[in-house]
Design a protein. Structure first.
Length: 251
């Protein structure tokens, strides 16, 4: 009987998916798609792990991870680590993260990126940057540390620590926070921004630079002011004697 040709790149993928199904893992494991140039796995009890390297990619119904190297380990391969040309997409919330290294806890819906980390929230049109970004999916909370920078239309924020409550669209900044919002600059010990309501709250050592615009001067009117209106007789010509005065015929 003729056997189908299976390339070395596809074979590990098939074996790996079979392992997931055989262990009775989480439902998303059955839908797992894997690509890699090289594949290595350890099945010893308590030390189960699989390492993918070279154009590695792991896709489930919730996340899409691409990196030079991806490692999956723990009970039912709960944990994911990745590094090198890292890019992860959180598919349910349309978040895109990049950085130096990645850690994912699939059971806790937690994503952690370190090293020149960046998260793009496409739905809310905001970019978050820092040395460390942790996204907690169950709480819809993003924690950012070290050289934090947040970019949004009409908003640029800097701090050393930030909390972004995505569901409420509330941004909390601390650690020498500074924010430029609609051309005005604010500094305080702590800054809270309600992005949905366009409100800002400053607490402690508040400083602000508000840039107001000069109102445009009204165009000069050609019409005379009420006090300068001419009297009814103003345009009547004076009698200089060149024309005879009218006389009453009955006088």
């Amino acid at each position: 009987m003729n056997r189908p040709d299976i390339s070395p790149r596809v074979l590990p993928t098939l074996l790996f998916v079979a392992v997931f199904i055989g262990l009775g893992s989480a439902p998303l494991a059955a839908d797992l798609q894997i690509e890699a140039d090289r594949w290595r796995s350890v099945f010893a009890e308590g030390r189960e792990r699989t390492v993918l390297s070279g154009n590695a990619r792991v896709v489930s119904d919730r996340i899409d991870v691409q990196a030079d190297e991806i490692e999956l380990y723990g009970t039912d391969y709960r944990y994911v680590r990745a590094s090198g040309n890292l890019r992860i997409v959180e598919l349910e919330r349309d978040l895109v993260l990049t950085g130096g290294s990645l850690f994912v806890d699939r059971d806790r819906d937690l994503i952690r990126v370190e090293g020149s980390a960046e998260m793009e929230d496409r739905e809310n049109e905001m970019i978050v940057r820092g040395g460390f970004i942790e996204y907690q999916g169950e709480r819809e909370l993003t924690i950012v540390q070290i050289g934090v920078r947040i970019l949004r239309e009409d908003l640029v924020a800097r701090a050393e620590f930030a909390r972004y409550r995505r569901d409420d669209e509330v941004l909390e900044l601390s650690g020498l926070p500074r924010i430029v919002w609609k051309d005005d600059e604010y500094r305080a010990a702590r800054i809270l921004v309600d992005l949905a309501a366009d409100e800002i709250s400053l607490r402690g050592e508040v400083r602000a630079e508000l840039r107001t615009t000069e109102p445009e001067e009204d165009a000069e009117s050609d019409e005379p002011a009420p006090d300068d209106e001419p009297s009814p007789d103003a345009d009547a010509p004076a009698n200089d004697g060149s024309e005879p005065e009218e006389t009453n015929a009955d006088s």
